[in-house]
Design a protein. Structure first.
Length: 445
């Protein structure tokens, strides 16, 4: 039985798609190994969102190539977004044996078989718009980066691709246009996870709010999954601000096991920059959506993505972003500097922001948001929360629990993984709340 080794770079969507690859290969008779030296097939799932991610993957590809002579017939393959974007380069310059884009994983067994028989430079990039409806992803081996440290949580992709074409973003070019999975397929996969002990489920997509299955929209999907699995916490990622409306918030408010947390990428607080990014909303629009969220869900946790150093961003534009961060007070933010992606419209925009200015702005942004995150966590003092216990705390004595709003809390007291416990926060250790057990929760969520 041939063995394969799979390394994953990138986002949760890539981790999920690595699970699709594992299932396809397992069904074809290949076994996974956690030891690259023991593998007949060396594969990597790649990301193209930022240049650094591609550089890391291409460096690792060199390591894979160096292992090829040790075993006759060993195959080196590149999968995912970088495979779609740089197929010819990966064959001609990086000497990959197989290059497989995000919609062609079902062809992997035949491509691997051909490569093991001596064929090289085999390329399979987008010919169809695949959703892998019938594939139930497999998790990685224990100790692997794709094997969840918390077996109580899982993700289900509900749609793939994106139609927004933000000017800085490579995703539509490598993942393709939006296409949604049938609701029944999603529900079947979710139920399978729950049968395996999952208690916290995240619905994934580049923009889940664009979900469509006939006349059914994302609030309908959310209601169907939450109602079918009332004992499970339900989350979702990611939401485009333009598509968030009252129907989503009403669904969240009416479904007790849907977690009151929303990831709502803002990217910039400056109207001129938002327009050049093709985000489809203004600063005022975004703040109105935030107000709508907090009116409907007073305890909602809001997280976001912010991008600095976008072409033509001035100090005034950056100040507008800082002001928005201070005004909204996000619970957490993923913060990046602009990374030029060939093939996107922003790659041609001028003037460019210098690396030193972009770096300085990013450092300042991180400083401000870190302070706000710490302050938001301190607001939890002396309050009672319902925590799902994930396991022993990796950095402190006690247990690691998670609130409905996805905040990690260290728990002191009798617990076990999977327990749902009511706890009171008694102190803050650095950023992390520490709580004492009050009582075992009466319900699942």
């Amino acid at each position: 039985m041939p063995k394969f080794y799979l390394q994953t770079y990138g986002c949760q969507m890539n981790v999920y798609e690595s699970g699709v690859v594992r299932r396809v290969l397992a069904d074809a008779g290949l076994a996974e190994t956690a030891d690259e030296q023991d593998a007949d097939v060396l594969l990597m799932m790649t990301c193209s969102v930022r240049s650094h991610a591609e550089q890391r993957a291409r460096g690792r590809l060199g390591t894979f190539r160096a292992l090829r002579p040790e075993r006759p017939g060993r195959v080196v393959g590149v999968l995912g977004c970088m495979a779609q974007r740089l197929a010819e380069t990966l064959v001609d310059e990086d000497r990959a044996d197989i290059v497989v884009g995000p919609d062609e994983y079902l062809r992997l067994p035949e491509l691997i078989a051909s490569a093991r028989q001596g064929s090289t430079g085999l390329v399979a990039i987008r010919q169809t718009s695949e959703c892998y409806d019938s594939i139930h992803p497999a998790i990685g081996l224990p100790g692997d980066g794709d094997c969840p440290e918390n077996p109580l949580s899982a993700q289900v992709t509900v749609m793939r691709g994106c139609d927004n074409y933000c000017t800085y973003c490579i995703v539509p070019h490598v993942k393709g246009r939006e296409r949604s999975r049938p609701l029944a397929s999603i529900l079947s996969e979710a139920e399978r996870h729950v049968a395996n002990g999952v208690k916290d489920l995240t619905l994934l997509g580049q923009n889940v709010l664009a979900y469509r299955d006939g006349s059914r929209r994302f609030p309908d999907l959310l209601a169907a999954v939450a109602s079918a699995l009332p004992q499970v916490r339900i989350r979702f990622l990611t939401s485009h601000p333009r598509d968030l409306d009252a129907s989503l918030l009403e669904a969240m408010r009416s479904l007790p096991n849907v977690c009151p947390s929303i990831h709502l990428p803002v990217q910039s607080g400056s109207d001129p920059i938002l327009e050049r990014m093709n985000r489809g909303y203004t600063r005022e629009d975004y703040l109105a959506k935030v107000a709508l969220c907090r009116k409907a869900l007073p305890d909602v946790a809001l997280t976001t993505d912010v991008l600095v150093g976008f072409p033509s961003e001035t100090e005034a534009d950056f100040k507008a972003t800082l002001d928005l961060i201070e005004q909204v007070r996000f619970d957490f933010a993923y913060m990046f500097r602009f990374s030029m992606r060939p093939g996107t419209r922003a790659a041609e925009f001028e003037p460019k922001v210098s690396e030193s200015d972009a770096g300085r702005r990013l450092s300042r942004l991180i400083e401000v948001q870190n302070r706000i995150t710490a302050e938001r966590n301190r607001d939890m003092m002396n309050k009672v929360f319902e925590l799902l216990i994930e396991g022993p705390s990796p950095r402190d004595s006690g247990w690691l629990g998670r609130t409905l709003t996805n905040k990690a809390v260290i728990v002191k007291g009798p617990c076990a993984p999977g327990d749902l416990i009511r706890c009171r926060v008694t102190r803050i250790n650095g950023w992390t709340p520490v709580a004492e057990v009050q009582a075992r929760a009466a319900t699942a969520c």
